[in-house]
Design a protein around this ligand. Sequence first.
Ligand code: ADE
Length: 353
Amino acid sequence: MNLSLIESPLLDWYRQNARDLPWRHTRDPYKIWVSEIMLQQTRVEAVKPYYARFLEALPDVYALANASEEQLLKLWEGLGYYSRVRNMQKAARMIVENHSGQFPADSAKLQKLTGIGEYTAGAIASIAFGIPAPAVDGNVMRVVARLTGDRRDIFDPALKKEYGKLLAPHISKTDPSSYNQGLIELGATVCLPKGSALCSVCPLSEHCTAFREGTFGEIPAPKQQKPRKIDPRTVLIIQSDREVLVEKRPDKGLLAGLWQLPSMDGHRTEEEVLANAGNLGLDVVRIEKLPAAKHIFTHIEWQMIGYQLTLSALSEIPKGMVSASLERLEADFPLPSAFSSFLPYLKKKKTKQ
Ligand code: ADE
């Protein structure tokens, strides 16, 4: 198949069928960047409210560079993969310090910024600056694998590079933004995974090898899933009359530096939990088991059991923990969504008679 044939039908189709998305009303590289980072692990519909709120709070690179960590985590709460927003702040500081606050209009220079890889650099370069640089995400991988009838593993990073090189000379010179977004949009709305491809409405079907050969259900080959590591955990709601205890996770690794409900490795018995609480100097007057919950991360699955511990009073706060009222918990200690199944069991403050 000849990739030079797709430009014209792709651009026509995109101009008529592009979804009206908030980040398609701007060419501000900062806003394009925010949208692309959010869209990396999150669906379009879920991103929309976060995108609006983030830009209202932090409208430009200077605001992002100067934001407090707490504000960043709060704005990102629920999106997951917090390293994305931490890296964005590092990149924002680099742009302020090394580029006078202006995004470089160059894909290679963009890739020198923390957290900006080939895909994101290509997306910013093409959408914000009209540079014909490739932007190959998972959607585009699927479209190109089918167009070319390629059965190789699309999760192989080397193939992503290869597709970038393959596409580069064919990217529209007149409208690189619509060309790249057209490929992304086609993958997201028409060239759907597995047997769900909507070839009858695809503008590229007459150029598509997988359509001609009837192999679009098999190409690309499904991902070979590595089994997730199962991580048993015990999560504790430790409350006195008015306050709940939270602790900070380690600075490295999963959910680095975020607040959590105090947790222990493994599934602990009531006796073990009480012994541990005793060692921490907590005076537990009541312990109740909570329903189990699980949370799935990319490579790890937390299988959580939980206990609710009621304290007589909070005289001594264990090292590494902080106590907060429920109002403050919500405002100042964003808990990762992994803990959300336990939040309904937080006891509201007793009302005085
Ligand atoms: N996914 C990644 N980039 C996107 C964009 N610009 N529009 C819609 N979905 C996307």
